[in-house]
Design a protein around this ligand. Structure first.
Ligand SMILES: NC(=O)c1ccc[n+]([C@@H]2O[C@H](COP(=O)([O-])OP(=O)(O)OC[C@H]3O[C@@H](n4cnc5c(N)ncnc54)[C@H](O)[C@@H]3O)[C@@H](O)[C@H]2O)c1
Length: 377
């Protein structure tokens, strides 16, 4: 229970998918929660309402992260900041370049300047596995490849697996924090900017700073347009409406899908662990899954096994092949131990999507490939 002496945490972007779950997690553990969020229409719809599922005890200040006056109001009396506010997504960042750099990079710069006059005990920044680009790979004979890019020509021919510079097929490994960053989108560049600025300013001004590189977080209240795991919401929605799931490439791409409940616990642990300051952590489930596996699990849960997935056999510009997390550092230093199995997490997700469809509110009819995209599919 929150008392006047409980620490107050400011969550920027706290009305979004992860932020709303994080608010609940922190309130349940006795923290006071304040949120600064501009309720951006892409996430919150044209009416820009406070989400109904957001815990009523969380105080929301509606404002832009780039507005220093709103920030000063939001920072008054807070003990720590968890910085989530961002425009999210890799593909649209390739044509909305200014928007991504403005909100993510400049927004973080404005936050850091405001913190110079408002000492806090901890700054936690939500970064992304996107900063890695492709994950870590090794060859059959054990050579490790920390900075691989797929050749667009090969991808166009349906030759999906990354290859070494000699053309040899290579294999994905769990990716540790020590792997070199290799951002492949403007979004990933902006997330890496956030990391680097926060590390530098945190070090210089003595703000204990922690970076969490989130992998593919999924769970209830995630819109199907979310670039990370929104496809799980979309898959569930299509299956429940008797439509097959659509898989890009051959469906054997590997990702690390982590339940939002595990992800928000990691934020709380980062807030509470003395060893977390000045460190970067991968936050995932630690398990690789292919899109096919997830589609099959969802078909079983929704009892739609008869609907075989549609495999498009086409790649999308900018998509990586494999990236999954090595979470040993988070296990060791934060005591992070993911508890939600993929099966349990997907059951929960399907129950939420089913309820949404029943209410005909947030999940409209399944989408075709977004027409707004100015990138070739
Ligand atoms: N969802 C994932 O799997 C995932 C993976 C890696 C990293 N992340 C990072 O986690 C954070 C939260 O992601 P999410 O999935 O909850 O996204 P989301 O889009 O649901 O939430 C982002 C929130 O930020 C707010 N926002 C956007 N622009 C703003 C601005 N200019 N000023 C103030 N608020 C603004 C939005 O209104 C929204 O409520 C982001 O920083 C994202 O880069 C998410």
């Amino acid at each position: 229970m929150h008392t006047d002496t409980s620490p107050t945490i400011l969550i920027t972007g706290g009305a979004g998918f992860i932020g709303s779950h994080l608010a609940t997690e922190l309130l349940q553990h006795g923290y006071g929660v304040r949120i600064l969020d501009n309720l951006t229409p892409r996430v919150h719809g044209p009416e820009r309402h406070r989400p109904n599922h957001l815990d009523p005890r969380a105080k929301v200040i509606v404002g832009d992260i780039r507005d220093p006056h709103r920030l000063l109001e939001a920072l008054d009396g807070v003990d720590a900041v968890i910085h989530l506010a961002a425009v999210v997504g890799e593909r649209s960042s390739m044509y909305r370049i200014e928007k991504y750099m403005s909100v993510n990079t400049t927004g973080t710069a404005v936050l850091l300047e405001a913190l110079l006059d408002h000492p806090i005990k901890r700054l936690i920044v939500a970064s992304s596995s996107a900063v890695y680009g492709e994950g870590l790979y090794c060859s059959y004979n054990g050579t490790v490849y920390p900075k691989i890019r797929r050749s667009p020509d090969r991808v166009a021919r349906g030759d999906w697996e990354p290859r070494s510079p000699d053309g040899e097929v290579i294999y994905p490994l769990p990716t540790p924090e020590t792997k070199e960053a290799s951002p492949l989108s403007v979004y990933a560049i902006s997330k890496y900017d956030q990391e680097e600025m926060c590390r530098l300013i945190g070090e210089l001004y003595g703000i204990p700073t922690t970076i969490l590189r989130l992998f593919n977080v999924y769970g209830p209240h995630q819109g199907y347009t979310s670039p990370y795991s929104g496809m799980l919401t979309e898959y569930a929605s299509r299956l429940l409406q008797d439509l097959p799931v659509r898989l890009f490439e051959d469906g054997y791409q590997q990702r690390d899908f982590v339940s939002v409940y595990d992800a928000v616990r990691a934020f709380r642990l980062a807030l509470e662990s003395p060893g977390a300051a000045r460190r970067t952590f991968n936050i995932g489930s630690g398990r690789p899954y292919t899109f096919r596996t997830v589609a099959d699990l969802l078909a079983t849960i929704t009892r739609r096994q008869r609907l075989s997935p549609e495999v498009t056999g086409t790649g999308r510009i900018g998509d990586i092949r494999h990236c999954t997390a090595d979470i040993s550092r988070a296990r060791e230093i934060l005591g992070y131990d993911p508890k939600v199995t993929l099966e349990a997490g997907l059951l929960d997700l399907v129950a939420w999507v089913e309820a949404e469809i029943a209410q005909r509110q947030k999940v409209p009819a399944p989408l075709e490939v977004p027409k707004s995209s100015r990138l070739p599919v």
